[in-house]
Design a protein around this ligand. Sequence first.
Ligand SMILES: Nc1nc2c(ncn2[C@@H]2O[C@H](COP(=O)(O)OP(=O)(O)OP(=O)(O)O)[C@@H](O)[C@H]2O)c(=O)[nH]1
Ligand SMILES: [Mg+2]
Length: 329
Amino acid sequence: MHETVTISIGECGNNIGAQFWRDCCTQSDLSVSGHSLHPQVPPPSNLFEEQVSSRFVPRAILLDSDPGTLANIRNSDLGFLFPPSACISGSYGAGNSFGNGCYDPDLLELIQEPLNDQIRIQAEKCDQTPNFNLFHSLGEGTGSGTTAFVLMHLKEEYRTSVFNCSVLPEPDASVVSPYNCILGLNYLIESSSAVLCIDNGYLTAKLGIGEINQYTSRQLVGMFESEKWWIPKYDQDAAYYQRHFYHSETMWKGEIVTSCLVSDTDKVIQEIEFGNTKLYNSGVIQSIKQQLDSFDLMFKRFKLRLLEKSPSIIISDKLNSYQAKIRFL
Ligand SMILES: Nc1nc2c(ncn2[C@@H]2O[C@H](COP(=O)(O)OP(=O)(O)OP(=O)(O)O)[C@@H](O)[C@H]2O)c(=O)[nH]1
Ligand SMILES: [Mg+2]
């Protein structure tokens, strides 16, 4: 199978990543420090790289703008699984802002070089240019902005397929989350080959955050383990037109749970099955629409206030074109 390098970004991305790698170890008969309990059956080489004496290391990079979440992972029982060089963090968070996560020069000075080096080192260990998985949320600064920064780098340097597992914000997340979410979604539309949407707004009414992470991880492990798993091939020219925004359905504690609500009238364009998990490519995911509506409202008010203060100001229509693109999903 094609090798895959997984980059977990921000607090949410790293919480999901930690659960994912824990489950991958259990599934592959590895201890949480990566030692094989049954050396005759090695773990899948698309996800793990073999090092000396039956020790396996995840093809993973852990990235955050503040050091807290990575420190928690490194101080947990998973601490030995990831080499220190694969854990990259800045010194403070992106403060709920897409702009900080994507462009803050102080943050980029700390993370850009080690991140690019790590991606290159991990890619060089693969037989062919790897695919990339990105796990992240879209409601705050790092998950939306730094993910956009990583996507731009991957697009420029590797031109390979990228899969995103993206957590959509709950309605009572921070007031600026619709901005972060809509700005982040634009980069996914431009550069990601396939996106699995996990809707916190819908799922938090049924499950606690820990359970949502277990549920999400179970689906991801099921997909990557499956012989059927593929990421749509990256095609720079077609990326904008061939959008794959999936929602999923799986058995969880005896009930079928879906990762997102979709509109009743929506048509399923594509359906893929992996064991207990089904992925649907179906377009109108309700919480994306809600985020867009909140974004519209905030943006309209912002424009009015700005024009009141400075009537001669010219507002770029770039954001309007962003809205139009997402409406088209
Ligand atoms: N499903 C799930 N959602 C989470 C988790 N942790 C945070 N979130 C959600 O993610 C959003 C907040 O994003 P975070 O990942 O905490 O923020 P960040 O990307 O680190 O960005 P900054 O803190 O601004 O640097 C909110 O919608 C939270 O509910 C988690 O472990 N699982
Ligand atoms: Mg954070």
